[in-house]
Ligand binder design. Structure first.
Ligand SMILES: [Mg+2]
Ligand SMILES: [Zn+2]
Length: 177
């Protein structure tokens, strides 16, 4: 018989885990179409929640609908300064952002959608793929139902913080697990 097989145990990596945070109303106060970095600040409690997520082993990425691009409210290039400001704010509380994913499209009049505007899951599936992250160990965090409905397949954990919003309390609990 071959030796050495029975004593082996599979090497199981816990895998990369993401916390996919909505931006407006979740990470920063919701100022519609604001791209002025000087008007961006973290919501109260973020200085507690984000370091806890990091210490728990989550990479933190932002997933954000930015229809202001398609609506002509600001150029897409303005989002670079927004991303830098987010990173600066998070660095200030000891957390580095691992990514800023946004949808630049607007809602369509016929009700159809691009693949990335939440509640479509495109931003989240892209973030998971780029980080090699496990969906079943990752979280989506948002302040409205479109955020939590945008969870990619098998993201089972939903959480909400930020301003009180339409998300029902039942969505604070993990589902499907
Ligand atoms: Mg929001
Ligand atoms: Zn889109």
């Amino acid at each position: 018989m071959s030796a050495g097989v029975w004593g082996l145990r599979p090497i199981v990596s816990s895998g990369v885990r993401l916390a996919c945070l909505d931006k407006d109303g979740t990470l920063v106060p919701d100022l519609p179409y604001n791209v002025d970095p000087a008007r961006m600040e973290l919501v109260p409690g973020a200085e507690i929640a984000l370091p806890l997520l990091r210490r728990a082993g989550y990479r933190i990425v932002v997933v954000s609908n930015q229809p202001g691009v398609a609506l002509g409210r600001f150029p897409e290039s303005a989002l670079a300064a927004v991303a830098r400001r987010l990173d600066e704010l998070c660095t200030g509380i000891g957390v580095r952002l691992a990514g800023f994913y946004y949808c630049p499209h607007a809602p369509r009049s016929d009700g159809s959608s691009c693949a990335c505007r939440k509640p479509e899951p495109g931003l989240i599936t892209r973030a998971l793929a780029e980080h090699g992250a496990r969906a079943d160990r990752s979280w989506v965090v948002g302040d409205i139902l479109d955020d939590v409905h945008a969870r990619a397949d098998r993201i089972e954990h939903l959480l909400r913080f930020g301003r009180a919003a339409e998300a029902a309390q039942r969505h604070v609990q993990p589902v499907g697990g």
